[in-house]
Design a protein around this ligand. Structure first.
Ligand code: PLP
Length: 384
């Protein structure tokens, strides 16, 4: 049987892509704000309800340069339950991440724990919308207003997600989306930033092109982070299938929920009120004392069956080797606990429902047989 990975990139047919890139051979305009990227920018502005938006070569550089363009200093309150990119974007800007814990049901920042972390050095909050779940955007904004802090969202997981009927990009001072191959919508690699302040936009556009203002004036220490025309062309093709893909993802998620809802020792991702999810990931949390096996044992078992889920997010960023001894992972006990118990199951637009059934059956059977085996001793790992 074929191996099933946690994700599989959505692609248009080869013919469609070739058709889309053909005119690049007429113009020889391959990058630097060509027609494809301008068209994609317009489509994205509509979809994300964003007045101002900049495209990037990838999501990480959109975030890193967004942080730079905001002119922050000192400390940024963020979450360790995320991809490396979020924390690195802060640290690479010579700012200090201060880690706030998450909620165990939807994995986003626990807004009730933010205020205690604010010091006179705090200048921003950088929360992460996780797995298609949205943060407590209203509570976070209230705190930001009270303490005069900027809010930048890592929105890599929530492309197309709405809250109370509006695009989630409406919240905060800015949001970053990723269009990496593994995401719900991809431009091979790519990303964008949405922002409210025109001055931030001006700075961002400059920073993504070496800080060049015009041919003779370079007044920012910028990077090179422009999206090229081949990426934008992939985006234009994939955009046509976005709604269909999200609908199929929803079907998969509903089937998983049905089949795993009553498995002892496994909890599912919370369905949030007022949120239209994009069903980007399917995390389960394994409670070994009830399931009969640990997350790692389940992951190994599935691997042996040719099914390759991911421990996503594990480890939490505050315990990365590169940050050794700089942060205390035990300061965010919920994030630490979830990271050791979470397993993200396969979910992509062309995953078949039969495969979902097979995956669920294996998960059920494994727990059952492990619970029955009296010789099986579960050791609960209390380390990082
Ligand atoms: C994918 C991702 C990023 C980075 O995006 P790239 O486009 O791969 O650079 C940042 N944050 C989170 C949470 C992500 O999942």
């Amino acid at each position: 049987m074929k191996d099933i990975y946690v994700t599989r990139a959505s692609m248009p047919s080869l013919e469609e892509y070739v058709e889309e890139i053909k005119d690049i051979w007429d113009t020889h305009w391959m990058t630097n704000s060509g027609i494809k990227s301008l068209m994609l920018e317009e489509e994205l502005k509509k979809l994300l309800q964003a007045d101002q938006l900049s495209l990037f070569v990838n999501g990480h550089l959109a975030l890193e340069l967004l942080v730079q363009a905001m002119n922050l200093s000192g400390e940024v309150i963020t979450t360790p339950y995320t991809f490396a990119s979020t924390t690195h974007a802060i640290v690479r800007n010579n700012l200090t991440p201060v880690f706030c814990d998450i909620k165990p049901d939807d994995f986003t920042m626990d807004a009730d724990k933010i205020e205690a972390l604010i010091t006179d050095k705090t200048t921003a909050i950088l929360p992460v919308h996780v797995y298609g779940n949205v943060c407590e955007v209203e509570k976070i904004q209230k705190i930001a207003d009270a303490y005069d802090l900027k809010v930048i969202y890592d929105a890599a997981h929530v492309f197309g997600v709405t809250y109370k009927g509006d695009s989630i990009s409406k919240y905060g001072d800015a949001s970053m989306y990723s269009f990496h191959a593994t995401k719900v919508f991809n431009t091979i690699e790519g990303g964008c930033a949405c922002y409210k302040d025109e001055k931030v936009g001006y700075k961002l556009e400059q920073l993504k092109n070496f800080g060049i203002q015009c041919q003779t004036v370079v007044d920012g220490v910028g990077a090179n982070a422009k999206m090229n025309e081949f990426q934008a062309a992939m985006g234009l093709c994939n955009m046509k299938y976005l709604q269909k893909n999200i609908q199929h993802r929803q079907k998969i998620v509903e089937l998983y929920n049905d089949l795993l809802g009553d498995v002892e020792g496994i909890t599912l991702n919370k369905i949030q009120e007022d949120v239209q999810s994009n069903f980007s990931y399917y995390p389960i949390v394994v409670y070994p004392e009830y399931y009969g096996a640990t997350r790692n044992q389940l992951a190994n078992f599935l691997d042996e069956q040719g099914i390759h889920p991911r421990k996503y997010f594990y480890p939490i960023t505050s315990s990365f080797d590169c940050y050794h001894n700089q942060f205390d992972p035990f300061q965010t006990p919920v994030a630490l606990k979830m990271s050791k118990r979470v397993l993200t199951l396969p979910l992509y637009a062309d995953l078949s429902l039969q495969d979902v059934e097979r995956i669920c059956q294996l998960i059920k059977q494994f727990g059952k047989s492990m619970r029955a085996g009296s010789s099986n001793k579960i050791t609960i790992d209390n380390s990082i």
